[in-house]
Design a protein around this ligand. Structure first.
Ligand code: ATP
Ligand code: MG
Length: 321
């Protein structure tokens, strides 16, 4: 099994609570908050643990909130390495209005990270990465970290013979892919950013994904399509994976769960087709849990069996992977 290292530049403590009726100008009495570790790569490490494997969770953190994040991950038995920063790790808040069932999510920008600190994180990764590892960088960049940060990371991964997987959006994504990446999992909006177009519609997806992959160095692309599943594209094959219909409770964490399932399957040496199908099972399983909860292994296994029994639109040129 190849080692998986997740990397989160802007992790968070995700706090969730509920209130009976959201009203302005009044003191709202909230229920006891639940506090969980969060941020793209951190979520991916949590799901990989749930699925029965280990990853090394690396991230930048500081202050009492950073310490709390570390303690929560330790309690979950997740291997971690931290690059310390002066600023305090951010706290995000999600509040569910019990009167309407609607959830309000407030995301903070994150602490200011100075140049010395983000450079130190690259030095740290350079010291631990080994040839053949999978490095998954996921999430937004906090203030102070330049938009081309992930491009620097991609160059580093390339020099080390590490397979780099990137899940972010906007300018950091556009610049991040310039150095080449092993795998991308864009949603429709992110694929539009990569292709430099305003929006993309379904029939043009595969053509655009392929064109992007020819121009940029990218071995695998899995375009995630929300309730419509995903499209796997490699040089040799393409496959549409239909997401099973489930009773959706919350779509929060669907993308991270999907990514975690795919990376776990890659590290176990599964084929790209198995990887993409398992990813869709994980993403859809995440929608079956309430609030910020990620996927449960039990649901993943049931959905994965369903997907294999109901294959989507296969167009594989080569079927051995
Ligand atoms: N409503 C839904 N019903 C069934 N499956 C879903 C639904 N929404 C998402 N999924 C599953 O989760 C996967 C990832 O979802 P999506 O395409 O929304 O990713 P994303 O935009 O990266 O999400 P996120 O907002 O979590 O980053 C999909 O491929 C699908 O398998
Ligand atoms: Mg996403």
């Amino acid at each position: 099994m190849n080692k998986v290292i997740t990397f989160t530049v802007n992790p968070a403590l995700d706090k969730s609570t509920s209130v009976k009726g959201m009203k302005p100008h009044s003191k709202l009495r909230c229920a006891e908050p639940v506090v969980e570790p969060g941020g793209g790569g951190v979520n991916i490490s949590k799901v990989i643990k749930e699925l029965g494997s280990d990853s090394l969770c690396t991230y930048l953190a500081g202050g009492p909130t950073g310490l709390q994040l570390k303690n929560l991950l330790s309690s979950a038995n997740i291997l971690q390495q931290i690059v310390g920063i002066e600023g305090w790790t951010r706290e995000n808040i999600a509040i569910t209005d019990n009167a309407t069932g609607l959830q309000y999510r407030f995301g903070m920008p994150g602490p200011k990270v100075i140049e010395q600190e983000w450079r130190q994180s690259l030095v740290h990764l350079e010291g631990i990465l080994m040839e053949g590892d999978y490095l998954v960088a996921s999430g937004s960049l906090p203030p102070g970290v330049p938009d081309d940060f992930y491009r620097n990371l991609a160059y580093l991964a390339k020099a080390k013979g590490v397979r780099f997987i990137l899940d972010t959006h906007g300018e950091p994504l556009r610049l991040g892919v310039e150095a080449g990446v092993f795998m991308l999992k864009p949603n429709l909006a992110e694929l539009s950013t990569l292709c430099g177009v305003e929006r993309l519609d379904f029939p043009e997806l595969e053509v655009n994904a392929r064109k992007f992959m020819e121009d940029a160095q990218c071995e695998i692309m899995v375009v995630s399509l929300g309730p419509q599943g995903a499209l796997l594209v490699t040089a040799e094959q393409s496959e549409r994976i239909i997401a099973p219909t489930v009773k959706t409770k919350s779509t929060i964490g669907a993308g991270d769960s999907m990514m975690a399932g795919m990376v776990q399957y890659l590290s176990l040496g599964k084929s790209y087709r198995e990887m993409a199908r398992y990813g869709v099972a994980c993403g859809t399983a995440a929608t079956m849990t309430p609030g910020t909860q990620l996927c449960r292994k039990e649901d993943v296994e049931t959905l994965y069996r369903w997907i294999n029994a109901h294959p989507g639109n296969k167009k594989a040129i080569r079927t051995d992977s």
